[in-house]
Ligand binder design. Structure first.
Ligand SMILES: Cc1cc2nc3c(=O)[nH]c(=O)nc-3n(C[C@H](O)[C@H](O)[C@H](O)COP(=O)(O)OP(=O)(O)OC[C@H]3O[C@@H](n4cnc5c(N)ncnc54)[C@H](O)[C@@H]3O)c2cc1C
Length: 142
């Protein structure tokens, strides 16, 4: 039981790392892939989606880094660790889904890393205690 904040922080960190990896892979892809005579990176929808993702990653990194600092200092409470797991895994699911969409049909093919990230992201909301249980834990501390 005493290791649960550690496990939940790791899941939050893993979520953030996956988002950062998916974002970088997507940036590379949209700059290379052309549709209608230009890189898909130049379409406003692509730029807006990537701007939203970059913002979530930047904000998330501040929170997850703080959780890691508190964990190392031995003062991370269970509710905050549960927030890292809940927020990280929910955001990861949305971010990887949006990244995959920007790959079009290739995003559905397991040869592409983003397809495997999408499949692997799903379990993050289940293990380490399901996200429904995270909400129970957080609500007890309100
Ligand atoms: C790939 C993988 C690796 C795992 N590794 C480990 C490991 O190393 N060590 C380990 O101990 N476990 C591990 N697990 C188990 C994991 O922690 C559990 O699967 C998880 O906690 C959910 O428990 P359950 O599968 O029994 O689902 P259930 O408890 O049967 O839940 C089913 C559904 O009911 C919901 N639910 C249950 N109780 C409530 C409630 N009180 N309120 C609202 N909703 C509720 C859940 O949120 C879920 O949606 C792993 C699981 C997976 C998939």
């Amino acid at each position: 039981m005493s290791d649960l904040p550690y496990e939940r922080t790791i899941i939050g960190m893993s979520a953030l790392a996956t988002m950062e990896g998916a974002y970088q892979a997507t940036l590379d892809y949209v700059r290379d892939r052309k549709a209608f005579g230009k890189p898909i990176a130049e379409f406003q929808n692509t730029k807006f989606k990537l701007a939203e993702i970059a913002t979530q990653i930047k904000v998330g990194r501040a929170f997850i880094d703080r959780c890691v600092e508190d964990l190392v200092a031995g003062k991370l409470d269970t509710a905050t660790a549960s927030m890292a797991k809940l927020w990280g895994s929910e955001t990861q699911g949305r971010v990887v889904d949006e990244c995959l969409q920007l790959f079009g049909g290739y995003g559905f093919m397991s040869e592409y890393m983003v397809a495997r990230m999408y499949a692997d992201s799903r379990v993050q909301r289940i293990y380490g205690g399901t996200n429904e249980i995270m909400k129970e834990v957080i609500s007890r501390a309100l």
